[in-house]
Design a protein around this ligand. Structure first.
Ligand SMILES: Nc1ncnc2c1ncn2[C@@H]1O[C@H](COP(=O)(O)OP(=O)(O)O)[C@@H](O)[C@H]1O
Ligand SMILES: [Mg+2]
Length: 246
């Protein structure tokens, strides 16, 4: 059983009076194996967040199917095995790190809250800063705390939407190391990104999405045998844009 299975997913947003219709996904199919780190790469507006929202049962596809660990993503039980960190997520600024986690742990009804929070603070490298307020944290530290929050319910699949978009190289390195630790623990990680960074190097496989269509899927090694991932990305997107003009 795959962690994530998406088949022929179509999603069209229709604007007021149906004048503006945006085809956000045009028949996307992909699968993510359990224990993999999978990167969904694509420029802004490619459809990455839409695909993630469908996986989480927040948005609904017009056609096609999205499955999480064998369950349809519309099934509320499917969500119990998923952790999610949205794009540009805001944590409560005036809470101490552990308090912020405790707040959400209570909300989710996490068992053995204290020990789970301690475990997560260590995992994300914030144990020493447990008593610092979120407002004192760097962007990288906030992102790691956000990931700890997304892990509170011990999910088998972790979905991170643009986790490194606003991070400096140090913050990216910390998130990258954390992803490797999660993989070692057996967690499946699905990340989306519009910026190409060294983060992709930790992905077992990446897919490139452009205007709702997958341009390629493969291991980073396969895709970068002859050129850098950035070159592959730019060439595929440019070629797709040229085809559109014809
Ligand atoms: N709620 C919405 N209503 C209308 N259009 C939307 C909505 N959400 C996204 N879109 C459009 O769908 C396309 C894909 O958006 P999105 O999935 O957010 O892409 P990405 O996350 O790759 O930047 C974009 O053209 C965007 O403007
Ligand atoms: Mg997005």
């Amino acid at each position: 059983m795959n962690a994530i299975e998406v088949r022929y997913l179509h999603k069209t947003y229709s604007g007021l009076w149906r004048r503006s219709r945006i085809e956000a996904l045009k028949g996307v199919s992909l699968s993510v194996k359990q224990g993999e780190i999978f990167g969904l790469l694509g420029p802004n507006g490619a459809g990455k967040t839409t695909l993630i929202k469908i996986l989480l049962g927040i948005a609904f596809a017009d056609r096609g199917q999205a499955m999480l660990l064998g369950r349809d993503s519309r099934d509320p039980h499917a969500r119990q095995c998923v952790g999610y960190l949205p794009e540009e997520y805001q944590l409560p600024e005036y809470l101490k790190a552990w308090r912020a986690l405790d707040f959400f742990a209570k909300l989710y009804g996490v068992h053995e809250r204290r020990s789970r929070i301690e475990e997560l603070l260590h995992l994300v490298g914030l144990a020493e800063r447990r008593n610092s307020k979120v407002k004192e944290f760097s962007k990288g530290m906030r992102q790691r705390l956000g990931i700890a929050q997304a892990l509170l319910n011990n999910p088998k699949v972790l979905i991170l939407d643009e986790p490194t978009a606003n991070l400096d190289p140090l913050g990216r390195k910390d998130v990258k190391d954390l992803l490797i630790r999660l993989k070692d623990q057996g967690t499946t990680v699905f990340i989306s990104s519009h910026v190409l960074t060294e983060i992709e190097r930790v992905c077992d496989r990446v897919a490139i999405l452009h205007k709702g269509q997958l341009l390629t899927v493969g291991t980073v090694d396969e895709l970068t045998r002859e050129k850098s991932l950035e070159d592959v990305f730019v060439e595929l997107v440019r070629a797709a844009q040229e085809t559109e003009k014809l």
